[in-house]
Write a protein that binds this ligand. Structure first.
Ligand SMILES: Cc1ncc(COP(=O)(O)O)c(C=O)c1O
Length: 466
């Protein structure tokens, strides 16, 4: 698809090497950051001083014309790459026709078309229906409401280490960092937490799908039975288990299949709904449309967001049709499923199913392999894990992770910390092998500098304390 932004897009997208020609931030970036500091909410958790201006594919320029390789994809959002011509074309076309009409109150053709596509690709057998939202957190809220409404039960079970969003329901499920919850209480009542994959502490060495830890020892599975069901809530009062099939913000952790299977069986035994939060792991990121497919398990409800519309605000709660027993007025949204977002979503799904998902698998394997080789040479890398282009690199401490992140930024490679001490790599699914190879080379240099810098910092701090 050639679009009006075609040649500018191609010129920028073609870069396989970053080009950094100013200090970071450069003068224009510094001016933006200074102006921003006066007027934006101080709650925004800015990671480093990157000031984006124009993107194409897996490449992004800042306001000072420095060129970066983007292994963040706007935090796992720009699945088809920045400003993919086919997505831009679909957005422009739809914007010319109709910007908005509330699908909650009237019949918007493109809304039903998007729901139908989602029902077709949903990771469960049988008919499904979708409710469209503007974000991931709203998809989580919709799932909490539907689960309680349909089952008539109050409790929702989620997991330590997981992130589900920042609105009141979703932040009540979130338990990756206390900071997200601090001073906001009381949160939503009826939310209970269990250890993710049976672990309270480190997730290192879990083994993922088929590694040595692939089968969990029995006691690891017992917390829900022995503590939650025995001491806190009877299973017949639990409406849903909400779980990320691969932990996202909490550290890019692939749990063993046996644990998810245990949850699925437990849900079946007690009539509890299995909700897979695939806001980060869904829509091709792991090399399959949904992460649940790697585990060969079906949820009852699946949640999507982030990569679903390449950067336009769209989220979805997709449920087995039989669960959608709520009546007109029970739930809705003015903007959810906006026609321009739906147009971007449909174009995104075409691209993801039409090749990008397969590319994520191939380039993901190449990156994981390269990082595992690097781990042989670089002792600071404790573990490399992930599926497709959802990759986590575990290092010894948050300080080391932050120092590597900054050293990578200075070299023109954008990565971002997740969990306590994991560096996440979630490039656009359109990234090619050459760009991935450059990323590996830059990351190796960044590790060396980051480890040295954080060691210096620790020495400096101990001198100050002494
Ligand atoms: C698994 C998961 N669920 C929900 C959310 C919340 O999505 P949003 O930030 O669009 O509200 C996120 C965001 O990072 C996420 O990773």
């Amino acid at each position: 698809m050639k679009a009006s932004n075609g040649s500018a897009y191609e010129t920028l997208a073609r870069h396989t090497e970053p080009m950094i020609s100013t200090d970071l931030p450069g003068p224009r970036g510094r001016a933006v950051i200074d102006a921003d500091a006066e007027v934006t909410s101080p709650s925004l958790p800015r990671a480093y001083s990157f000031v984006p201006d124009r993107g194409a594919g897996a490449v992004i320029k800042d306001v000072d014309d420095n060129v970066f390789l983007d292994f963040n994809a706007g935090i796992a959002v720009c699945s088809t790459g920045h400003s993919h011509p086919a997505v831009v074309h679909a957005i422009k076309d739809q914007a010319d026709k109709l910007l908005h009409y509330s699908a909650s109150d009237f019949y918007l053709p493109i809304y039903a078309e998007m729901c139908s596509r989602l029902a077709d690709i949903a990771p469960m057998d049988g008919p499904a229906r979708a409710f469209l939202t503007n974000s991931g957190t709203e998809a989580v809220e919709a799932a909490i409401k539907l689960a309680r409404h349909h089952t008539g039960r109050q409790y929702i079970l989620s997991f330590f280490g997981s992130f589900h969003g920042r609105s009141y329901g979703s932040v009540s499920l979130t338990a990756s960092k206390a900071n997200y919850r601090a001073d906001f209480g009381p949160l939503l009542p009826g939310v209970l937490h269990a250890p993710y994959a049976g672990r309270f502490d480190s997730f290192v060495g879990l083994g993922g799908l088929d590694g040595p830890g692939g089968e969990l020892a029995e006691p690891d599975l017992d917390y829900i039975n022995d503590v939650i069901f025995k001491r806190l809530a009877k299973p017949h009062e639990v409406a849903a288990v909400v779980v990320e099939p691969i932990l996202g913000e909490g550290g890019y952790v692939v749990p063993p299949r046996s644990w998810l299977l245990h949850l699925r069986n437990m849900c079946d035994a007690h009539g509890i709904l299995f909700v897979a939060d695939e806001v980060q792991s869904g829509i091709g990121r792991t090399g399959s449309m949904w992460a649940m497919e790697h585990f060969d398990l079906e949820p009852d409800i699946v949640l999507a967001g982030k990569g679903i519309a390449s950067g336009m605000p769209l989220g979805a709660m997709v449920a087995r049709s039989g669960l959608m027993t709520w009546s007109p007025g029970a739930h809705g949204s003015t903007y959810g499923g906006n026609p321009v977002s739906c147009a971007a979503g449909l174009a995104t799904l075409d691209l993801v199913a039409g090749g990008l998902m397969a590319n994520a698998r191939t380039v993901g394997e190449f990156l994981i392999e390269g990082l595992k080789e690097l781990a042989q040479r670089e002792p600071a890398i404790r573990e490399v894990r992930g599926l497709g282009l959802m990759i986590g690199v575990e290092v010894p401490s948050p300080q080391v992770a932050d120092a590597i992140e900054i050293a990578a930024f200075k070299r023109g490679l954008l990565v971002l910390r997740a969990g306590d001490s994991t560096i996440r790599m979630a490039p656009p699914l359109i990234i090619n092998k050459e760009q991935a190879a450059t990323g590996l080379r830059l990351f190796e240099d960044a590790c060396a500098e980051g480890v040295a810098a954080s060691a210096g910092l620790v020495a400096e701090q101990s001198m100050i304390r002494a």
